[in-house]
Design a protein around this ligand. Structure first.
Ligand SMILES: Nc1ncnc2c1ncn2[C@@H]1O[C@H](COP(=O)(O)OP(=O)(O)OP(=O)(O)O)[C@@H](O)[C@H]1O
Length: 245
């Protein structure tokens, strides 16, 4: 579904590549956690998967087609097919839970309809269904700036799910949450992943959480893939190697 062929990413201000010669492929149904210490390239990796981060050399292919060869409209379609969540939620603080979730439909509507807040009965029904799917028990009219971190991440997940994504990407989505809340968020991600047969790829610092939920672990070190396999094959030596130095 998504594959990377010899992908490297160089940032202008740095001589060392953030990603170095990565070749991998991912299929629908995979639940992948990406490990690595700070600066290993995890964020760059996740953002390169849907073209948010352009690659310097090599190709990222969606269903066999390189993102770099697609038109702007086609790249926008790929973004629509990708639900994405972030460490800092990227919600609009002064808008309500409901309004934030409805912004998930913006990619599918005319700008005028989006700005006027014109949503179909089906879209409203779907938003309600996703609020249930993320087990969010707060008033829908509440401003998100008044929610806890875990509640905000549930809103962000619901907003991503109303897009009907094929692929779900997470860039450190639980890094600012306490361990119990982080585990609940992963449970919700896993439940929705299975219900929709998504391809889910998430960066995470917490190795135990990654081992508990992922079907496949990938570890990056200095921009290179140093581990790729099922969670039960990650040894103490691998762990040392990934986080050492
Ligand atoms: N916009 C940028 N400009 C220049 N260098 C960057 C930029 N973003 C990231 N880098 C560098 O690229 C490398 C990989 O960064 P990246 O954010 O992908 O790592 P990470 O594993 O996600 O780190 P963390 O866990 O701390 O978020 C680092 O050396 C970082 O300093």
């Amino acid at each position: 579904m998504i594959s990377l062929e010899n992908v490297s990413v160089y940032y202008k201000s740095s001589e060392r590549p953030a990603l170095k010669d990565i070749s991998l492929s991912f299929q629908k149904g995979d639940f992948v956690c990406v490990l690595g210490k700070s600066g290993a390239g995890k964020s760059t990796f996740i953002r390169s998967l849907n073209g948010l981060q352009p690659v310097s050399t090599g190709s990222v292919l969606w269903n066999g087609r390189a993102i770099s060869t697609l038109s702007e409209r086609e790249v926008r379609e790929i973004r629509r097919e990708t639900g994405m969540i972030f460490q800092h939620f990227n919600l609009i603080p002064r808008l309500s839970v409901y309004q934030n979730i409805m912004t998930g439909f913006f990619g599918y509507k005319s700008t005028a309809a989006s700005l006027l807040g014109l949503f179909s009965a089906e879209e409203k029904r779907k938003a309600g269904e996703m609020i249930e799917a993320v087990e969010l028990n707060v008033e829908h009219s509440r401003k998100v700036e008044h929610l806890s971190g875990g509640q905000k991440q549930r809103v962000a997940i619901a907003r991503a799910l109303v897009q009907d994504p094929e692929v779900f990407l997470g860039d450190e989505p639980v890094a600012s949450l306490d361990p119990g809340t982080a585990d609940r968020i992963f449970q919700i991600l896993k439940k929705n992943h299975s219900a929709r047969n998504l391809l889910t790829i998430i960066n995470v610092h917490d190795v135990l959480l990654a081992k508990k939920y992922a079907s496949r672990l990938i570890a990056l070190k200095e921009g290179k893939v140093v581990f790729d396999g099922p969670p039960n094959s990650l040894t103490d030596e691998d762990y040392e190697m990934i986080y050492r130095g």
